[in-house]
Design a protein around this ligand. Structure first.
Ligand code: NDP
Length: 294
């Protein structure tokens, strides 16, 4: 079997276009959804991501703002910015780019964000809402993007055995919350695995839908995948590769080639789940804007 490739680009573009149309509808009324991104320090990967977010906002007709703080900014400085954005009527959603420098307590900062403006969906209020199936929850962009990929690729989650490898608060756990909810893109029977799980290969082989988010290059091999399963690779890892000009290449948590021989569908890395994240962030900003009265 050669798997269908679940290309994130057209799916993300479709979502971005839908958001742009809805945002445009408010323009006539003189209102515009706004997203702000706060970045502390000079982490190059974060800089690239933040730039891409700004561009995506412009293309969707949204107001965007980037707040840059130096590496040595204090937690109090950052909390002041959070407070300002919490009260800024032009901003409907914002996020503080992680990772933060070690001297800043990320949890305290994330908890200070107004849950109604929590574009990343990491605030405990949104985590709780997602867990009880409250439709006003702002959902973490990456697992929300995975769910949209499944729905828009006509992959049935209802009744499916979904195995999630990884239990982080930003991917694994919210992925489980999404797939277990009743309704479209949900109704799955969910198993969540982690580094202490016993006989991981056997659990993975029980999956109709296997979502992998562990941060280990090409960890999931073909023998861990049931023939015909759908494989979603969230991982983004750099591996040394002297044949590349940059000296590295990006791979997922799944050994793509051999797994594509047994799976019925698979997401590539790059070009799969990673493409969905910004689209879902725009979607969250629009949702926050509409929930605030539009
Ligand atoms: P974390 O490091 O926070 O969590 C990793 C999880 O994987 C942990 O729960 C850990 O278990 C589990 N794990 C690690 N090794 C094993 C193993 N050998 N067997 C079973 N479970 C294991 O990672 P994130 O969730 O933040 O990210 C995961 C991957 O997804 C990374 O590659 C990251 O770059 C990528 N990512 C991609 C995004 C995108 O936009 N596409 C967005 C966010 C992340 P334990 O809890 O027991 O330690």
């Amino acid at each position: 079997m050669t798997a269908r490739v679940l290309d994130g680009v057209p799916i993300a573009n479709a979502i971005r276009a839908e958001v742009a149309v809805r945002a445009k509808g408010y323009e006539a009324k003189g209102r515009r959804p706004g997203l702000a991104v706060v970045i502390v320090g000079e982490n190059p990967a974060s800089q690239v991501y933040v730039k891409a977010k700004g561009k995506a906002c412009d293309e969707a007709g949204m107001h965007s703002e980037t707040v840059r703080l130096p590496d040595n900014a204090t937690e109090a400085d950052l909390l002041k910015v959070v407070e300002r954005l919490n009260n800024d009527p032009k901003i409907h959603g914002f996020l503080v780019q992680l990772p933060l420098p070690g001297h800043i307590n990320s949890e305290r900062v994330l908890n200070a964000i107004n849950p109604a403006k929590d574009a990343d969906g990491f605030h405990p209020v949104n985590v709780g809402k997602l867990s009880i199936g409250d439709p006003t929850a702002l959902k973490p962009a990456t697992p929300f993007g995975v769910q949209q990929m499944l729905v828009r690729s006509n992959i049935e989650t209802r009744g499916a055995n979904a195995v999630i490898v990884g239990r982080s608060n930003i991917v694994g756990k919210p992925m489980a919350s999404l797939l277990i909810q009743p309704g479209k893109g949900g109704d799955a029977t969910v198993t969540v695995c982690h580094s202490k799980s016993k006989d991981l290969p056997a659990i993975c082989r029980s999956a109709d839908i296997l979502v992998v988010a562990i941060g280990k290059p090409e960890f999931v091999t073909a023998d861990m995948v049931r023939p015909g399963a759908v494989v979603i690779d969230v991982g983004i890892n750099r591996v040394d590769d002297a044949s590349q000009a940059k000296g590295y290449r990006i791979v997922g948590d799944v050994a793509y080639k051999p797994v594509a021989e047994v799976a019925s569908a698979i997401t590539p890395v790059p070009g799969g789940v990673g493409r969905m994240t910004i689209a879902m962030l725009l979607q969250n900003t629009l949702q926050a804007f509409e929930q605030a009265g539009g």
